[in-house]
Write a protein that binds this ligand. Structure first.
Ligand SMILES: C[S@@+](CC[C@H](N)C(=O)[O-])C[C@H]1O[C@@H](n2cnc3c(N)ncnc32)[C@H](O)[C@@H]1O
Length: 250
């Protein structure tokens, strides 16, 4: 999906989201280079680069990528940011670690798209290399109810933005369509409404295991938190690690 129109909202909602950063930073600290797919506005890539990792970020949306570049420039951080599609990229080199944080794989809506992306990831991993990613545990929640989930943002000019969400679920397609109504009231009380739709496809746990096995990965581990808790019925995330065999290509 096209994240360009969502860039501003994404930054408002998630620039302070940090739950996953320590997990990816720990993996990166043992890797000479890291490739992040779906690197967005650089939330994770920049964090890793600040800690000295050699990072390449690949992102489909030019607007998300521009925002990441602006942030990298303002902090004088050296990282490589490339516009590309995880279903078709070819960088001509391999990496010991490829990460796909914060549900980016949930934007692969069809089996051919998932297969293509996994094939590209496998081709860009060194033998013995690690793929790590996280996706939401399927949560087919309340549908058709407009909710305010506590997302209110205050701007320096006295304006206030409230985010309302309305979800539609297609259980058979494992799709969640989240509509965002973004209401910004200026200092004088004038209201403007923005509207965006986020489309995400849930993975089930065993689907992930099969998918990774079929794509050639081994040593698949699926945890239930970034702190290493096992996956159980209270888990919110599936935190996945998989390996390319060290003898691959022999
Ligand atoms: C939920 S955001 C995650 C951004 C970033 N990884 C983070 O943790 O903040 C998902 C990102 O994946 C990107 N994306 C979606 N489909 C993609 C594709 N086929 N190739 C590359 N990036 C893609 C979107 O444009 C978006 O920036």
């Amino acid at each position: 999906m096209n994240y360009d129109p969502l860039t501003h909202l994404y930054e408002l909602q998630y620039h302070t989201y940090r739950d996953d950063l320590h997990f990816y930073a720990k993996l990166a600290q043992d890797s000479s280079q890291v490739l992040e797919l779906g690197s967005g506005t650089g939330r994770v890539s920049l964090h890793l680069a600040r800690r000295g990792a050699k990072v390449t970020g690949l992102e489909l949306s030019p607007e998300m990528l521009n925002r990441a570049r602006e942030k990298a420039t303002s902090e004088n951080l050296a990282l490589e940011l490339i516009q590309g599609d995880m279903r078709s990229f070819e960088l001509g080199r391999t990496f010991p670690l490829i990460i796909v944080p914060f549900n980016a794989l949930m934007h692969l809506y069809t089996l051919p798209d998932q297969t293509k992306a996994l094939e590209r990831i496998y081709a860009h991993l060194e033998p013995g290399g690690t793929l790590a990613f996280d996706v939401y545990v399927p949560n087919f929640g309340l549908e058709g109810v407009l909710r305010h989930e506590g997302e209110t943002f205050f701007d320096g000019d006295g304006s206030r933005t409230d985010v309302f969400v309305l979800q539609r679920i297609d259980r058979l397609k494992q799709m969640a369509y989240t509509q965002y109504f973004v209401d910004t009231a200026d200092f004088d009380g004038r209201l403007e409404r923005g509207f965006h739709t986020l489309e995400q496809r849930y993975f089930t746990r065993f689907e992930l295991e099969w998918m990774l096995k079929c794509a050639g990965f081994e040593g698949v581990k699926i945890g239930g938190s970034f702190e290493g808790a096992p996956l159980d019925s209270s888990s919110y995330f599936m935190v996945v690690q998989a390996k390319k065999s060290s003898s691959a290509g022999d």
